[in-house]
Design a protein around this ligand. Structure first.
Ligand SMILES: Cc1ncc(COP(=O)(O)O)c(C=O)c1O
Length: 273
């Protein structure tokens, strides 16, 4: 297995970045996770666009598409296409002094690939007490500062769930630690608006385009009148939820089952929608 580190393809177990890298020392970086099926990364163009947006939000130089595409192609050239994989593109602030100021060495680009563990047929969610800050300086950016998500996910696991449900600071549903959330209420498909601080998920956007849903600020109490829940992410696609804390749901319910089928058919027809 190979990884790309700053312009060179290296054996994955020998891939290294500096101990002074700002991504390591202060979490100053942005990333993308893509699913690779039959050797082809899904929705690469959309992921590259979000990577540029995340970098701009952090004040990092925009990664050049051609450079990232070359790195992705180089890593995939050494990957067995029979293995469904998780591809990770990371861009950090690069080597820097040991503080929050950035250095002048320029960003670090890493592309790595690893196995994609299949998800169970459905998931349970646990609502966690720590909010997503919809007024954060880095809202909307997919940053490497994921410690809050690490803590929230560990709490979800501790409570027997496989994903956390995170609310914004005002008590609206926002997202999971690595997923967006959709609800069926009165037969209508709803998803938290971006104003709740959730990531503009690539899969979320495709569900909005291919299936249609209303983006809204949803109070947590709406779960009490919800008929179905599903998650979306690049590794989960459309993924049924059978429980949120003590509430249970059919998984998949009829709307979720239709969304799963439509998503699978559209994704199979076009790997870079
Ligand atoms: C916090 C968060 N929300 C939502 C998502 C889903 O985004 P996507 O569909 O682009 O994978 C992710 C992806 O990992 C995420 O980290």
């Amino acid at each position: 297995m190979k990884a790309w580190v700053d312009g060179a393809l290296v054996d994955a177990d020998r891939a290294r970045v500096s101990v002074f890298d700002h991504g390591l020392t202060v979490g100053d970086g942005v990333f993308e996770t893509l699913k690779v099926v039959d050797g082809v990364p899904f929705a690469l163009t959309r992921h590259l666009a979000r990577l540029r947006g995340s970098a701009t939000r952090l004040g990092l130089p925009e990664p050049e598409d051609a450079v990232v595409r070359e790195a992705v192609a180089a890593v995939l050239a050494h990957h067995d296409p029979a293995e469904t994989a998780r591809l990770r593109i990371t861009v950090t602030g690069g080597p820097a002094p040991l503080g929050s100021d950035r250095g002048s060495a320029g960003p670090t680009l890493v592309v790595a690939i690893g196995p994609l563990t299949p998800w169970p047929a459905s998931s349970a969610l646990a609502a966690v007490p720590w909010p997503r800050n919809e007024r954060s300086a880095v809202v909307g950016a997919k940053t490497t500062s994921y410690a809050e998500n690490v803590v929230a996910l560990a709490e979800a696991h501790r409570r027997g769930a496989s994903e956390a449900l995170v609310l914004d600071t005002r008590g609206h549903l926002s997202e999971g630690t690595g997923s967006n959330v959709f609800l069926v209420v009165g037969g209508s498909l709803l998803t938290p608006a971006l104003s709740t601080g959730c990531l503009a998920g690539v899969t979320r956007a495709l569900v909005l385009e291919w299936i249609g849903a209303e983006e809204a600020e949803l109070p947590a109490a709406i779960l009490g009148e919800t008929e179905e829940v599903f998650l979306t992410s690049s590794t989960r696609d459309v993924h049924p939820v059978h429980a949120v804390d003590d509430l249970t749901f059919p998984a998949p319910g009829p709307v979720t089952a239709r969304a799963m089928a439509t998503f699978a058919a559209r994704a199979a027809a076009d790997a870079d929608p």
